[in-house]
Design a protein around this ligand. Sequence first.
Ligand code: BEZ
Length: 391
Amino acid sequence: MHTSVHWDVIIIGAGPIGLAAAWNYAREHRDHKVLVLEQHALFTQLAGTSGEERHWRLQYSELEIFRLTLEADKLWRQLEQQADRKLIHRIGSLWFGDADVWTNEGQIRQTMLSMDEMRLPYERLTMREIERRYGFTGLDSNYEGFLQQDGGVIDVKGTLASLYSLASEAGVEFQFQQCVKAVEPDARGATVLTTQNRYRARKVLVASGPGSKKLLRQLDIELALSTYEMACISMLRSQRLGANDPFWFAFQPPVESDSNLFYGFPPNPWSVNGFDRLGTDFEVDPITEANAPGYRANPQHVERALEFARRHMPFLEPDKQHSAASCLAVLPTDPARQFYLDSAKGRCHGGEHLVVSAGGWAFKFTPLMGQICADLLAEREPRWDISALRF
Ligand code: BEZ
């Protein structure tokens, strides 16, 4: 094993946050050497960035996170300009269900109050209006919801490809199939050990999704994170073709087997296959060392999603044609926390040379969190209030 060239910054993980951090840091420090290490390939389906799309929303129940989405919105628009590519399709974000049920995505009633406070426009809708407008059937008549017009769907692969190109143009180097086994910070920087190599850097960012917890535990940094393998099912749409349907999320009281939360993307605007994607947001059966990810959707969760579609979405054909995939979600165990992003200063020996971004449904924050990571790597106070992210 040899120590290759010394780097100014090493980023562990070529997911959205790692790529955005690499690009932001490199374009602000043209003479610095930046390396991204990734254990899989760029468009891997084996981690947290599998699938085609992610939800884009401005609204949050928590005001401190809500404020950050408004900042992320500005940076997405800049990123789209720089990449010369549309990355967010603002088809709207429809939330419906029991307005009083608290979930890991927040609560409908509190979110409406937060939108009022932030003066973000939305259209409040009864369940009858939602059924008439968007074709759902058989949902509890006491349900209600809203449409937030600026929400929508993020193009996952378009975002990754854009950030990879921008980072490469800014001089970032990449090494794929490099599985990091340990990070060893010290008084002058940090050593990164992979199965094949030993690297040395002044600063290191750990942004490796499901792999981060293990790396941090070796440094006695215990982040309360749980990893879940969530199901996402593609189903053929046979009616409402060409309807301008929004992304939707159904907030329902939990049932014995799971949290009973479902969401869906209509056929996405950048592909032509005509499939809806229906996901389960079930925080059950966390991945442990004994229970490694199978990279396949849990059949019971698939059946729950098919059942939701059979009962409530008559414009889909769940029994004619469907295919299931899974996505790893690393989420803070504490429901009051959404994300962890901070310098590890004071957390371990040499922690001032380590930045950590771990956990949460963070894709929507890609350009913002990338910039915050770049600021922390440059030992600069981020220009936004990140107290809700720090650990
Ligand atoms: C979100 O908006 O954060 C989200 C949407 C669908 C599933 C999980 C999270």
